[in-house]
Design a protein around this ligand. Structure first.
Ligand SMILES: CCCNc1ncnc2c1ncn2[C@@H]1O[C@H](/C=C/CNC(=O)c2cc(-c3ccc(F)cc3)cc(O)c2O)[C@@H](O)[C@H]1O
Ligand SMILES: [Mg+2]
Length: 212
């Protein structure tokens, strides 16, 4: 019994963030991860790279794979252009419930939709059930072994179009070697690596632009 780590994170956010202020939610989660319990959010150092890509792409429709507690959903949705929307897929019910509340504290309920279920089931439903024609950007941050199969699913279902930007966290640690090999060797992607050498671990984000 007792609270889960994710419930402790939510509790901390409720106590330390300012309702309606997404930046204070992001800051609270970063402080908790640094000072209390490390958690697998993309975090403040790699988050700056995510922010930069958001400003570059200005996605109207953004898809995230792996919501967890909603840190990156809040961080990215805060930077969406007017009218933009984030669809984030999460198959763990408890995490989805925590994330929904974190998003509420941030005041971003109207900009973010959590799609509950496994990505491999949701992706084929995006067009018909969620009326998503194509997405402008995808943030991959779920199970690393699923980056490649889901990228292929996105291609096969016509969810990504010429110019869609895939941004993948953790391509070095824990690593997504098959995904990296695929996008870097494919003529259909233009790749850029954003390495991050920080105190804890070396990692990188990979940006892969789909060329159609
Ligand atoms: C059915 C499986 C595939 N489909 C899926 N569909 C929907 N949601 C899925 C999901 N897979 C996983 N998820 C969810 O994504 C999240 C999983 C993220 C996995 N991330 C990591 O393992 C990770 C791990 C680290 C890490 C780094 C260093 C270290 F020493 C230990 C861990 C750092 C990160 O930035 C990470 O992202 C959870 O919320 C999970 O429920
Ligand atoms: Mg990650």
């Amino acid at each position: 019994s007792g609270m889960s780590k994710e419930e402790r994170i939510l509790d901390w956010v409720k106590q330390h963030a300012v309702v309606g202020d997404p930046q204070s939610v992001v800051d609270a989660m970063d402080v908790y991860s640094r000072q209390k319990e490390w958690s697998m959010h993309v975090g403040d150092i790699k988050g700056v790279i995510v922010d930069k890509v958001m400003e570059e792409v200005k996605p109207q429709i953004l898809l995230e794979l792996g919501t967890y507690c909603g840190y990156s959903a809040v961080r990215m949705a805060h930077l969406l252009p007017p009218g933009g929307h984030l669809f984030t897929i999460e198959f763990n019910e408890s995490f989805a419930t925590i994330a929904q509340q974190v998003i509420e504290v941030a005041g971003l309920r109207d900009k973010i939709s959590i799609l509950k279920g496994p990505s491999q089931e949701i992706i084929p439903q995006l067009k018909k059930k969620y009326e998503i024609n194509s997405v402008d950007m995808v943030f991959l941050d779920h199970w690393k072994s699923r980056y490649l199969p889901d990228t292929k699913l996105l291609e096969e279902n016509g969810i990504i179009r010429k110019g869609t930007v895939l941004l993948a966290d953790n391509v070095i640690c824990p690593g997504a070697p098959d995904f990296l090999e695929y996008v870097r060797n494919s003529k259909r992607y233009e790749c850029t690596t954003y390495p991050v050498e920080n105190i804890r671990v070396n990692d990188a984000l990979e940006k892969a632009v789909f060329l159609g």
